[in-house]
Design a protein around this ligand. Structure first.
Ligand code: SF4
Ligand code: SF4
Length: 431
């Protein structure tokens, strides 16, 4: 290692302060947890201080160890070396800090107590080109979230130590300033996820694909069966465009994942779907879930698509792959039920837990601000697993299952603390 070079944390590395320091590599998707002492080295690596100057900050007896630590960070890609100082520091607002390396200086303390605000799902538009059978946005007003409000909200999220931004809709690709949004997002180091129906990918301009890639977006596409059942569920002859869209993303090296809803029409197709998905390209996650029908769902839709607990549990048990978000990070107490770090905001700013629980909204994010909004979600919409029925009956799968989906439990049992019977079949609690 050249002692006169300047170590710095590159822009694709995001450091967040939770209980410990969490590091996310947006390029490789690796994540690490480090303690205060290990963070100190990153803090010194500001692009303006040479290796030699960093070593001088430590007693001679410790300098070998420190140099080894720097080498490890370099090997992992958490640090890079420059032969010249990296950018001048800019004082001022968050926006100008983000354009320098200053943003890597995370606060000593997270502004929240556990559970932290890590994931923010924003419905950026109600515009959509489909009318899917299970869609919960029943009154589409064709409204976009105003661009300035959206950007301010994302900056606020970043500043409050958020990590994963999930953009949804409607169909988010129909957001009127989608390209401007991607350009703006390039300076904000967050894990970015886009939930799309996939039907418009083939029409996207090359420059949009470039921006998705430069932002390290993971694009989740909905694929709800083979051709006939997908088209039926999505109420459109869109299967071929969707599959070709997935291929286009994958061929461009954009991270692509698939969301599948289990319904009566696709129940027997999962082996064939597995083969299809496996042949499309590199698919990061295949996430499988069950649509939540409730009292607002028309009776004929429910009758046609709703599956039994054992049917759903069987598919959940055997198919899908990849990361299950939302599990507590290492070192955090195992205490919360589903979605402990998640908050959702609809196009008008209405705060919900996760896109469900509209009837229990805790207010409007544009009136309360994000910090107060999250405190209210923490208070009213986070459930301790110790309060669940699952705990009361001593379920042996509680640690892995964590009670399943609270909304489903509420709709099925009338009790927010109730069991999620699909999960009971998935884990084998019910047979
Ligand atoms: S209630 Fe269901 S949708 Fe909401 S966070 Fe929990 S699992 Fe997710
Ligand atoms: S398997 Fe059933 S009872 Fe057990 S934790 Fe999951 S939902 Fe609760």
């Amino acid at each position: 290692m050249n002692l006169t070079s300047y170590p710095y944390v590159p822009k694709y590395i995001v450091i967040r302060k939770y209980k410990d320091y969490n590091i996310y590599d947006l390029k490789s998707d690796e994540s690490y947890i480090i303690d205060d002492e290990a963070y100190e080295l990153l803090d010194y690596s500001d692009g303006l201080t040479t290796v030699e100057q960093i070593l001088d900050k430590f007693p001679i007896a410790k300098q070998n160890e420190i140099q080894e630590g720097l080498s490890q960070y370099l090997d992992l890609g958490i640090l890079s070396l420059s032969e010249i100082p990296v950018e001048d520091r800019k004082d001022g607002n968050l926006e100008s800090q983000l354009k320098t390396l200053e943003h890597q200086k995370v606060p000593f303390k997270n502004p929240f107590k556990m559970p932290y605000l890590k994931n923010l799902m924003i419905n950026i538009t109600e515009r959509c080109n489909l009318t899917c059978k299970h869609c919960y946005i029943t009154e589409k007003n064709k409204v976009d979230m105003p661009f300035e409000d959206l950007i301010d909200l994302i900056y606020e999220f970043y500043d409050l130590q958020g990590i994963r931004l999930i953009l949804t809709g409607g169909e988010p690709l129909l957001y009127s300033k989608f390209k401007e949004l991607l350009v703006e997002l390039k300076t904000i180091p967050l894990e970015k996820v886009l939930l799309s129906n996939g039907t418009l990918i083939l029409e996207l301009d090359e420059s949009i694909l470039d921006l998705l890639k430069e932002n390290y977006f993971e694009v989740f596409i909905s694929l709800d069966g083979l051709e006939e059942s997908h088209n039926d569920f999505r109420n459109s002859q869109c299967f071929n465009e969707t599959v070709e869209g997935i291929k286009r993303l994958s061929e461009r090296g954009i991270k692509v994942s698939i969301n599948t809803m289990i319904h009566k029409e696709n129940l027997t197709e999962f082996d064939e779907m597995y083969k299809l998905i496996d042949s499309i390209g590199e698919i990061k996650n295949w996430s499988i879930d069950i649509p939540t029908f409730d009292e607002n769902t028309p009776k004929d839709i429910r009758e046609k698509y709703e599956i039994s607990y054992d049917e759903g549990g069987e598919v959940l048990k055997n198919y899908g792959w990849g990361v299950i978000y939302e599990t507590p990070s290492e070192g955090e107490p195992f205490e919360y039920a589903c979605g402990p770090y998640l908050m959702a905001v609809d196009v008008l700013g209405t705060i919900t837990k996760c896109g469900f629980f509209y009837e229990q909204s805790v207010g409007n994010v544009f009136e309360l601000g994000l910090e107060e909004s999250w405190k209210r979600v923490q208070k009213d919409l986070n459930w301790s697993i110790n309060d669940l029925k699952c705990k009361e009956i001593g379920c042996e799968f509680l640690e892995d299952c964590r009670g399943g989906c609270r909304y489903r439990a509420l709709k099925d049992t009338g009790d927010i603390r109730g069991v999620d019977s699909y999960k009971c079949y998935q884990f084998g609690k019910l047979k």
